[in-house]
Design a binder for this molecule. Sequence first.
Ligand code: SAM
Ligand code: SAM
Ligand code: SF4
Length: 375
Amino acid sequence: MSVIPLSLYIHTPWCVQKCPYCDFNSHNIKQTSDYQQYIQHLLADLKQDLPLTHQRSIHSIFIGGGTPSLFSADLIHNLLTEIRKVIAFEPNIEITIEANPNSVDAKHFVGYTQAGINRISIGVQSFQTDKLSQLGRVHNPHEAIKAAQLAKTLNLRSYNLDLMHGLPNQSLQDAMYDLNQAISLDPPHLSWYQLTIEPNTLFDSKPPILPNEDCLWDIYQQGHACLIANGYQQYETSAYAKPGYQCQHNLNYWHFGDYLGIGCGAHGKLTQADGRIIRTIKTRHPRGYMQGRYLDKSYTVPKEELPFEFFMNQFRLLEPAKKLLFIKRTNLSLLEIDKPIKLAIKNGYLTEDTQYWFLTNKGKLFLNSLLELFL
Ligand SMILES: C[S@@+](CC[C@H](N)C(=O)[O-])C[C@H]1O[C@@H](n2cnc3c(N)ncnc32)[C@H](O)[C@@H]1O
Ligand SMILES: C[S@@+](CC[C@H](N)C(=O)[O-])C[C@H]1O[C@@H](n2cnc3c(N)ncnc32)[C@H](O)[C@@H]1O
Ligand code: SF4
């Protein structure tokens, strides 16, 4: 079995204030003194997972949340130093932290780089004051611009801005203003998400007025064209990057690579020496997690579900799917998916050559029907 790249996801579960659209596992902060303790739990959680990694080194780390930038640079330094003692880092490792652009959090940026962080992902969402306040954000446009400008001076390997579109009362002009403002800051990576109303959020119980379908379509078309014209390449539905700046951590998930998941509600995928793929899910609530009950569930993915899982991840990417990667990641032979692949080609969802499968426009449009062929 060839070595499958191993990433590490670290979840931090707190935010200053829960945003009304967000269904990430995040809770309003209570006591800052929990942070130090939480780091100790993360390390203990990691140690419990180590036997599943088979001495592989780490290809990328993503510290996500919640709002990890609530953690001081010293705490992040301590966390990364202790992780490095128990698991080796690959020489060219990408280490990302998600950050809120308010000025307090931005004060941590310089220290983060000294702690080993080489990619910062800043949650800007919008550059318009009224939109930020409707989204319940705790920062203003000026702080977002300052945070992005600061990131540019830090000699990072990359940095990302998260922007959302399709916001309450947003016009095409508003959305293009946000995008042009982001582009003028010249980030190597831009995540451009359409706002979705998620179940069990405040926006779900009190829905805001969103742009109509035609407006959403115009925003997508013009926004996409603007990003391309400014040198960004789309590599996933919502991910755009300058050439060479794709996020290695995300790419590893979408290439069906392995990852450890530590922290509240984190999930992991770990291929074992015998070819089995184990999924782990950690305890969601900080209370239970910080009592030392880290693992909530783990199970082996049934062999017959692997083709669906592989293609569900791979077809998020706009690049062709490598046949060899399917064999390497699933330990299955191409013969085992001969029938659904032939059907997908017959239905016009895919084309193929000796090395690749190519998603057609029809395949993109009917992605669910295509994926169902593998169930
Ligand atoms: C974990 S947050 C990023 C870090 C930090 N907590 C923040 O908000 O600045 C991940 C990103 O997902 C996006 N996001 C969250 N909820 C969303 C929703 N309902 N629809 C679209 N994008 C969403 C936002 O752009 C957000 O920055
Ligand atoms: C969607 S990306 C954020 C993209 C961001 N805008 C950027 O480019 O930095 C966040 C990454 O963390 C991973 N992630 C988020 N929540 C997770 C969880 N609970 N367990 C494991 N991985 C998670 C995602 O799968 C993804 O690879
Ligand atoms: S969007 Fe970010 S800051 Fe807002 S609640 Fe979700 S994780 Fe927290």
